[in-house]
Design a protein around this ligand. Structure first.
Ligand SMILES: NC(=O)c1ccc[n+]([C@@H]2O[C@H](COP(=O)([O-])OP(=O)(O)OC[C@H]3O[C@@H](n4cnc5c(N)ncnc54)[C@H](OP(=O)(O)O)[C@@H]3O)[C@@H](O)[C@H]2O)c1
Length: 249
């Protein structure tokens, strides 16, 4: 699955932002996490106004906890929406850590944890706590191990957008191979995941994108991902749109 958000906090950028040092050794048992830095907010509002970077006190590592050093975390639109407070489910405030997904490396473990080892790569599962911080301590059950040979930007973004695309394809109508679906916003990361998953499942896609400079290259890129048809909005600004779509399926 190719799903690379344009705004990914890649390891180098994330370390610069959060102040983590590049090389750390992993230790099996520690009583507390190293001091961490995090991107926090105390009340909802425009992210550029309410987010702040701050030092976070070391967290206690309980018997069943795992301390993870974050490697990369994306900035998804839904992260910004969460900071803005547009979703009905909100984190308790004041002081929440921003971010929703990402990948990290196990730094230390509580003595009762045998499901993970120092050095393992893990992602939050389900994504339910702030990931824009350098070290996170959560119970072992909050982490899911992933292969460490996957590029970090793939591992960091495997949860939110690909799974949203999968659920859109599965949860609302019963699609079977040979069916055709139409989507707008096809350049979005979710849209690109829809294209790839549809292709894998034998579904055809008709994709609508905005009229923008370079739209021919965008069309080619989406077709390389598996899109069957790609139109700009102006190409579909015609009276017989329904008949056109019917001739395509
Ligand atoms: N579980 C969930 O509910 C869930 C999970 C993930 C995402 N989402 C939502 O799904 C949406 C897509 O997320 P994403 O991360 O894939 O977004 P993204 O990669 O940032 O893509 C944004 C898309 O919106 C289009 N767009 C932006 N402004 C527009 C405008 N004024 N008119 C028409 N199109 C416009 C962009 O088109 P251009 O390429 O032309 O700029 C692009 O296709 C967001 O609303 C996000 O919050 C929901």
């Amino acid at each position: 699955m190719v799903a690379t958000p344009a705004r990914l906090l890649l390891p180098t950028a994330a370390r610069r932002l959060l102040g983590a040092s590049a090389a750390r050794t992993t230790a099996r048992h520690l009583s507390t996490s190293p001091p961490a830095r995090a991107v926090l907010y105390d009340h909802h509002g425009p992210p550029d106004q309410v987010l702040r970077v701050a030092d976070v006190a070391p967290a206690e590592i309980g018997d069943r906890d795992v301390c993870v050093r974050m490697l990369a975390a994306p900035i998804n639109p839904s992260d910004l929406n969460r900071v803005e407070g547009v979703y009905p489910v909100r984190p308790p405030l004041p002081t929440a850590v921003a971010g929703y997904e990402g990948v990290g490396q196990v730094h230390a473990l509580g003595p009762a944890v045998d499901s993970l080892s120092p050095g393992d790569w893990v992602i939050p599962s389900p994504p339910s706590f702030g990931t824009w911080q350098t070290y996170i301590v959560k119970p072992a059950t909050a982490w899911h191990r992933v292969r460490a040979d996957v590029p970090p930007h793939y591992a960091a973004t495997v949860t939110v957008n690909p799974l949203t695309a999968l659920r859109m394809l599965r949860d609302f109508v019963n699609l079977t191979p040979g069916d055709t679906l139409v989507q707008n916003g096809a350049t979005s990361i979710v849209g690109q995941c829809v294209i790839q998953l549809a292709k894998l499942h034998g579904l055809h896609t008709i994709n609508i994108i905005r009229d923008r400079p370079g739209s021919e290259e965008v069309k080619n890129k989406l077709k390389q991902l598996g899109a069957d048809q790609v139109f700009t909005e102006s190409q579909l600004d015609i009276k017989n749109i329904k008949s056109l779509l019917l001739t395509l399926v």
